[in-house]
Design a protein around this ligand. Structure first.
Ligand SMILES: [Zn+2]
Length: 351
């Protein structure tokens, strides 16, 4: 017989069915873990799932999470007094009691989760909930916790007050202290299918079909990324500029490439995303060369891809991909950015 936990449509989560089923069954049987760890790449849906779990826990409706009761609504707007979302602070940020840290600028911004924040959490969880059943703390990107903070947090994980539920998110469980991960129920979220992302963008976010198709392909199955990109045209504009720059560089000679490398090296914040886009491009060129055009990500530039696939040899495309991956690694190691970009540009084919 179908039980209520088999119908998860009220959770309003796209994909990740196995995880939602597991959470719903736990809830129905009154077996909710003290701490959860949701893992997966940025934009995959970890915070969305965590918020839905918080709603399910605090919901006063019949079909938890109902999405309609006051508790569900407050959590959706980050306004529930018993549900707190903790994010790292910018490097060098000075705490004071009155102001909240600024919102994260972009996905690649590096932040730190500090011991002061963990102490504040420990103070909060020691008190009974104000209006809900639980005190719920969502700690995002726990891989950003420094050692001091992570060690302090272990105490809370070992002996959480009975009215507390903790939800952590991280890119990967291996980035956390094993003693932290082992005290959580770990749920590893995987990318959705491109068809799921495309359909959700069209049906739920009313994105125009051609844009939805492109964003689904570029998202690599990260619905959160695709939704944010659909309402923020700067991401697609930046991608267009990066791919145009690559096209231009490929017909330039040595001197022009060195000048271009110098200009690009000044945009240090943009470089990770630029390299990501260029890597995706050469991966697509290789797919076209291997007769697998149906699998390319850059679906709006198929003619451009065919042209590059014909103009460059297979080993040139492989060489470009290798050089880009090496540059991507160097840039995380404090090398001379300008030198790294010069070497990269000279290693791209065509000069
Ligand atoms: Zn509700």
């Amino acid at each position: 017989m179908a039980t209520r936990a088999d119908d998860i449509s009220n959770w309003q989560i796209v994909g990740h069915d196995w995880a939602v089923h597991a959470l719903a069954r736990g809830l129905a049987a009154d077996r909710v873990a003290h701490a959860y760890l949701f893992t997966g790449t940025h934009g995959i849906g970890k915070t969305t799932l965590a918020r839905a779990l918080a709603q399910a826990l605090e919901c006063t409706g019949a079909n938890r999470p109902c999405g309609e009761c006051a508790a569900c609504q407050k959590i959706a707007r980050n306004r529930h007094p018993d549900v707190q979302i903790i994010d790292g602070v910018p490097v060098g940020y000075k705490f004071d009691d009155k102001t909240l840290p600024p919102p994260r600028l972009n996905e690649s911004e590096r932040r730190i989760l500090k011991i002061d924040q963990i102490r504040a959490v420990q103070h909060d969880v020691s008190r009974a909930p104000f209006e809900g059943r639980w005190r719920i703390i969502l700690l995002r990107r726990f891989e950003e916790a420094n050692e001091e903070a992570a060690n302090a947090f272990l105490k809370t994980l070992e002996e959480p007050p009975s009215h507390t539920r903790l939800i952590l998110t991280a890119r990967d469980a291996s980035l956390l202290l094993p003693t932290i991960a082992s005290r959580c129920q770990v749920m590893a979220l995987r990318p959705l299918s491109l068809a799921q992302v495309e359909a959700a963008l069209i049906e739920r976010w009313r994105v125009e079909p051609a844009t939805a198709r492109l964003l689904a392909h570029l998202s690599g199955g990260r619905l959160g990324w695709a939704v944010r990109a659909s309402s923020d045209s700067t991401r697609l504009d930046a991608r267009r500029a990066y791919l145009d720059a690559l096209n231009a560089a490929l017909i330039e000679g040595r001197a022009e490439r060195l000048a271009r490398a110098g200009d690009l090296a000044k945009e240090t914040d943009a470089l990770p995303e630029l390299l990501e886009q260029w890597i995706g491009w050469w991966r697509d060129v290789l797919l076209v060369q291997n007769g697998e055009s149906a699998r390319v990500a850059n679906v709006d530039r198929e003619e451009n891809l065919r042209e590059h696939a014909a103009r460059f040899r297979l080993d040139e495309a492989q060489g470009a991909l290798k050089a880009l991956r090496a540059t991507s690694r160097y840039l995380t190691q404090n090398v001379n950015t300008r030198l790294a970009m010069e070497v990269l540009l000279l290693n791209l084919p065509g000069s």
